[in-house]
Write a protein that binds this ligand. Structure first.
Ligand code: F6R
Length: 611
């Protein structure tokens, strides 16, 4: 949700900023802009649309400055216009800022600033720029600090002032900021960004700003301050991801690359976290004594979107293996509900980005109520990872396509390991534990078998490309798979799709069926196979086209559909790890066939850091 990059060092800032914006484009991409200090003036250029538009506009300009900030926008306040694009100036165009987040009391601030200031845009950010300008008496950091005490809302903010050409000031509350520190071997440069991806080609050494901290880099020195303007000691951390991992590596889209990453990164999710001989898994991140684990009488999995569907798979696993009542709550609902949570409740917050605003708020609510709160997160050092009292990284590597794929499967993998960990403490036998682990170890090879069918799935996607609506059905553990399949399809291809448990069809939804309303049914061989088959027969009787996911060798499916994707057999609880891969490929190929912008679908952003 908006991408920020800032640079201060000895190199020319512009190429670094433009390259950085390209890496951050997945966070928002309706407009972009850059501002650089040139000979004690600030030069700014902005453009509507993708970074390519901005790069085009800039190509005949001369920028030589070594300090600059840039932004790629996902509009919240004010339409998508060049005027509303960041960076934003104060009145005298000496102070400039980029901002991610929402200033809730921007109207009050605007009123307070009154006629002294002239506003040119509809954005909350411009008002923040004027507020800082108003509070500026010669020290940029102090002006930022003072202004932030007057602001209600969330922000990641980076500011520059032409009176201080060797200074950048940044601050965060609720929206992430990472600072790359490259001061070895004669380098003397710092990068400030919304996440580490634009920094990795220069340095892996970073600090993560925390809420209510203000950073000042001035004259080659970096200091972090708290809200009382006291210096805070920050640890420099080392990021594990390398740059190559964040590239497309020959795939036409990040999404396809990330789908194909799955067999490899799945191994990273489970490596070193189980003992096959004893049929156990051990995730140290649970950070609970055995006694505390035994005391847990309720589990709540909190997440949004795809992460919540991964959570629904986790629910089946916790209940089946550990016998602990488990619910899945959508973060935006949880935070405003009256959750029944106490010190025997274990809450897992699930988030690829680790920055989703609603999930973060839900986490804080659960902590306030005294639950054990643990994270299952992909982005290392993200806010959710830091605010939970334990938890586990899913090790999916950078996920840059807006549609989540490998983070889903790796979240499911980690939840299965947690369920087994609790299960073996409670009621799961050694033999079952061993069977689950063996089945998990076979997953990468089985995923590969599905990936090898990509071209076949493409043919099916092309056949149905003119479909306006599609329904996905599944039962048991494949119901969340159906939900995820429908979400994937709608978000990247814009084909309307819904999902229901197969048994629900007769209770209303079946009225929609017709010859031009295809149904995607997940009918793999498990304990609900016969039930699901009856549901598919009912659909066939209404002459609606059926696409099937079926288990390899299930020849009895041939009379039900011409379009069948066969997947290898696995244990029922693990089926989502395979079936979802087939649905990801179906959504991907549909979107490509329809000429959609697969990695950056309209209206969406990767990391939803606003409520
Ligand atoms: C869908 C998708 C979203 C995210 C959701 C939560 O493909 O990516 O539904 O799953 O916005 O995001 P995280 O996991 O970052 O909290």
């Amino acid at each position: 949700m908006c991408g920020i990059i800032g640079y201060i060092g000895k190199k020319e800032a512009l190429p670094i900023l433009i390259k950085g914006l390209r890496r951050l484009e997945y966070r928002g991409y309706d407009s972009a802009g850059v501002a650089i200090i040139e000979d004690s003036n600030i030069k700014r250029i902005r453009s509507v649309g993708r970074i390519d538009n901005l790069a085009d506009k800039i190509k005949n300009e001369k920028f030589t400055g070594h300090v600059g900030i840039a932004h790629t926008r996902w509009a919240t306040h004010g339409g998508v216009t060049e005027e509303n694009a960041h960076p934003h100036f104060g009145c005298d165009e000496k102070l400039v800022i980029v901002h991610n987040g929402i200033i809730e009391n921007y109207r009050e601030i605007k009123e307070m600033l009154g006629n002294k200031h002239t506003f040119k845009t509809e954005t909350d950010t411009e008002i923040l720029a004027h507020l800082i300008e108003n509070n500026y008496t010669g020290d940029l950091r102090l002006a930022v600090e003072k202004s932030l005490t007057m602001v209600r809302g969330t922000y990641a903010l980076v500011a520059m002032h032409s009176d201080h050409p060797d200074t950048i000031v940044a601050a965060r509350l609720g929206s992430p900021l990472v600072v790359g520190v490259n001061t070895d071997n004669g380098h003397d440069e710092y990068f400030i960004a919304s996440d580490a991806s634009p920094i990795l080609s220069y340095t892996k050494k970073v600090i993560f700003l925390d809420d209510n901290e203000v950073l000042e880099i001035s004259g080659g020195k970096m200091n972090t301050f708290n809200i009382k303007d006291e210096i805070v000691q920050k640890n420099i951390e080392e990021i594990e991801w390398d740059e190559a991992e964040a590239q497309k590596q020959g795939f036409p889209h990040f999404m396809l690359k990330e789908i194909f990453d799955q067999p490899r990164v799945f191994v990273d999710a489970i490596r070193g976290r189980y003992d096959l001989k004893n049929g156990i898994s051990f995730l140290g991140g649970i950070n609970m004594t055995e006694e505390e684990m035994h005391s847990v009488n309720k589990i709540i999995l909190i997440a949004c979107g795809t992460a919540s569907y991964a959570g629904m798979v986790g629910k089946y696993a916790f209940e089946r293996l550990a016998g602990i009542p488990t619910t899945v709550e959508v973060s935006s609902e949880f935070r405003y509900s009256d959750p029944i949570v106490d010190d025997k409740t274990l809450v897992f917050v699930l988030s690829q980005s680790g920055e989703t605003a609603d999930t973060l708020a839900a986490l804080r609510e659960a902590k306030r109520k005294g639950a054990f709160v643990r994270g299952v997160v992909n982005v290392v050092g993200s806010t959710i990872a830091r605010e939970t009292d334990g938890g586990t990284y899913i090790h999916a590597g950078p996920e840059l396509a807006v549609a989540s794929t490998k983070a889903y499967t790796n979240t499911v993998a980690v939840l299965l390991l947690y369920a087994l960990q609790f299960g073996r403490l409670k009621r799961t036998s050694l033999a079952t534990g061993e069977r689950i682990l063996k089945a998990l170890l076979e997953i990468p090879e089985k995923m590969t078998k599905i990936l090898e069918q990509s071209d076949k799935i493409k043919v099916i996607a092309e056949k149905y490309k003119n479909t306006k609506n599609m329904m996905f059905i599944g039962r048991g553990v494949n119901y969340p798979v159906a939900l995820e399949g429908a979400l994937k399809l709608k978000e990247i291809s814009y084909v309307h799709a819904d999902a229901f448990p197969g048994g629900e069809l007769k209770h209303g939804h079946i009225a929609l069926l017709s010859t031009d309303f295809p149904i995607f049914a997940i009918m793999t061989k498990n304990q609900l196979y016969d039930k699901m088959r009856s549901n598919v027969e009912e659909i066939k009787a209404r002459k609606a086209p059926v696409i099937l996911i079926a288990t390899e060798g299930d020849v009895g499916t041939k009379d039900l559909s011409e379009d069948i994707i066969y997947v290898p057999e696995t244990m029922e609880l693990l089926e989502p790890l395979l079936n979802s891969v087939a649905l990801q490929l179906f959504a991907y190929h549909t979107a490509v066939t329809l000429g959609r912008d697969v990695d950056r679908p309209r209206n969406l952003a990767k990391s939803v850091t606003v409520e």
